[in-house]
Design a protein around this ligand. Structure first.
Ligand code: HCA
Ligand code: CU
Length: 392
């Protein structure tokens, strides 16, 4: 797809709110000590996210202390805290030293009934009061309707308009349960875009694997802020992954993305958070998954060796990574084999490479083989003179 030029022009102005230290703390098994949080916050700041969201100060004493200390670090990224849309929570957020407050309250009938028991009129009255309170302290304030995609759109629009009038800098559209799909997200966010003038944030869960696509659709529809977490960790199976989302933006405008984010630090950041969260970087993780730049089929390898962009939309070099060509399997091709010979300083002509490739395929049909097997075959063939024109 050729990106819409209007979308492309906005990559530079999109703001990322990383919530590894809030949503990510809700991931089963995640328990960050203060030092871990500082390390994650510094990593995220160096990577280039615009905001770092932390858990509510009323969650626990430790949460409050950590928030106060991280807000005082003087990071380039703004520190936000995420609280229920209640005056007492908002007061604690204001006292914490955070630069912004993300307010949230359930707006779907399910959450209104089973979570807080308030109707839309009560939600609105309280939201206006709390937003005014936070804004009067000169802090950035966002109002979000939790479970937006199972809320009445008319209710949401009414609330967002009132929030904006009350002084909210941003309204949040949240796919709390991962029920939304990209076209629905696009529709809803575009409708919100036509209703308010303030900034719009999107927060999306990954229950059906749509979190990155949904966040991107929100951006395409006019969202100004997108929530991410490192590796997507969060409640249940998490939210939009920072690395994957940045990869998505890179495809739209790689120069803007390279100018804004320290892409080469992504792998280290993900490894660090994975270790703390007690998980592995997933095998199919965009960019940093162990095979993200491994090319296998002979026909792909041939084209890749001539021009890497034939089968790569992300340049691994921009992420501080390298591509590799896997030769040790039955799908291999003579171009890849010849390339491997070159890496070993063994010169093979086409005929030699073709012969050797047949032997590799024959062996791989009998058993699983490794690169060492291929190297041994290459060296044997060279030593025995079986491969013509090999350099000895
Ligand atoms: C939560 C729910 C939330 C909030 C998102 C937001 C969600 O854990 O409090 O504030 O925009 O997914 O709805 O993470
Ligand atoms: Cu969430």
């Amino acid at each position: 797809m050729i990106p819409n030029p209007l979308v492309r022009a906005r990559v530079d102005s999109l703001r990322l709110i990383d919530t590894t230290l809030r949503e990510g703390e809700q991931f089963a098994g995640a328990c960050f000590a203060f030092e871990d949080k500082v390390e994650i916050a510094r990593h995220l700041d160096a990577f280039g996210v615009d905001y770092i969201e932390l858990t509510s100060p009323v969650s626990s004493s430790q949460s409050r202390r950590d928030l106060e200390r991280i807000a005082a670090l003087g990071l380039r990224a703004k520190v936000l805290t995420h609280v229920r849309c209640r005056a007492d929570d908002a007061r604690a957020a204001i006292e914490s030293g955070a630069q912004g407050v993300d307010l949230v309250i359930g707006t779907s009938s399910l959450l209104r009934r089973f979570s807080h028991g308030k109707d839309i009129e009560q939600i609105l009255a309280e939201a206006v009061e709390v937003i005014q309170l936070v804004a009067s302290h000169g802090l950035e304030v966002r109002f979000s309707g939790e479970d937006s995609f199972r809320s009445e759109l008319a209710d949401l629009l009414w609330l967002y308009r009132a929030a904006e009038v009350a002084g909210a800098h941003r309204v949040g559209v949240a796919d709390t349960v991962g029920v939304a799909d990209p076209l629905t997200v696009f529709d809803v966010v575009r409708t919100v875009r036509g209703t308010v003038r303030c900034d719009i944030e999107f927060h999306g869960h990954n229950d059906t694997g749509c979190a990155v696509a949904n966040a991107f659709a929100a951006f395409q529809a006019g969202a100004t802020h997108v929530d991410t977490s490192v590796l997507g960790i969060g409640e249940r199976n998490g939210i939009t992954s920072l690395g994957a989302f940045v990869a998505r933006l890179y495809v739209v405008d790689s120069e803007a993305v390279r100018g804004r984010y320290d892409l080469a630090s992504l792998r280290e950041l993900e490894r660090y958070v994975a270790r703390l969260a007690g998980v592995e970087v997933p095998f199919n993780n965009p960019v940093t998954g162990p095979c993200a730049f491994t090319h296998r089929a002979g026909i792909h390898a041939k084209a890749m060796l001539a021009e890497p962009s034939t089968y790569e939309v992300l340049d691994p070099g921009h992420f501080g990574l390298e591509r590799s060509i896997d030769v040790a399997h039955r799908l291999t091709g003579w171009n890849a084999v010849r390339h491997r010979a070159g890496q070993l300083a063994i010169a093979l002509d086409e005929q030699g490479a073709r012969e050797l490739t047949l032997r590799i395929k024959a062996l791989a049909d009998v058993r699983a083989i490794s690169e060492d097997d291929v190297d041994a075959l290459l060296r044997d063939a060279t030593a025995s003179g079986a491969v013509p024109e090999a350099v000895r």
